[in-house]
Design a protein around this ligand. Sequence first.
Ligand code: FES
Length: 268
Amino acid sequence: MTSTATRPRGARARAAITAKTLRTDRWWFAPLITVIGLGAWVAYATVRVFMHDHYWVDAYHYLTPFYSPCVTDSCVEQASHFGRFLPGWWIIPDAALTLPFLLLFRLTCYYYRKAYYRSFWLSPPACAVPDGHKEYGGETRFPLLGQNLHRYFFYAAAIISLINTWDAILAFHSPKGFGFGLGNLVLLLNVVMLWAYTISCHSCRHIIGGRLKHFSKHPVRYRAWTVVSALNVRHMQLAWITLGTLALTDFYVLALSAGWFNDLRFIN
Ligand code: FES
């Protein structure tokens, strides 16, 4: 509590409340769901990334985003659209060039920060609930100072979304040439959602519409900014939806590759 000596003149003393919080609603529910949801997703993704198997369906050229681009020398040759120049050790993810940037992009995302600060660090777990730590240092010191690099991870994520889009285009394939199946719809849905999440980023919104004095002199940027702003309102939902579409796409490719079921084909 602030002592009388250091309290700003005119400021009132805080009420002496001994209870941890006066909230009686289920304020702990949202942080709990976040821990369960993010924890389950990270566990699934970790297992899949280090499985080094069942990431490619050769008949239809389906490649899971968890292995894109596949750049180690243990990758299936047909799945390596950008070469295989890294050693194939089990500790190195086959998509070692992209996964670290995607991880950093999500870790530094404004929405995810709020989610994991509240749920994992309890800092604070909810409004009007005390911080789980004695001190609050904000994002002014290492390592949280690195959160300010988010804009650069956005650029990397945009390039990776282009690569995922290329994967989805290459997947219109069958042993007869062109093909189209349920797997294509799954890959396309994932790519569309990834783009929606990526361009709804707060940094993207600032890159497109920031530092302008007159929108009227930049009609194209203004139009793009309105689109991005409309998506930005849904950024939290898109953050969760893309976790779902990523896991769904990966699981679908895993299931086909492992022979658990066959792809539903519409053309060839
Ligand atoms: S703020 Fe969430 S991805 Fe940029």
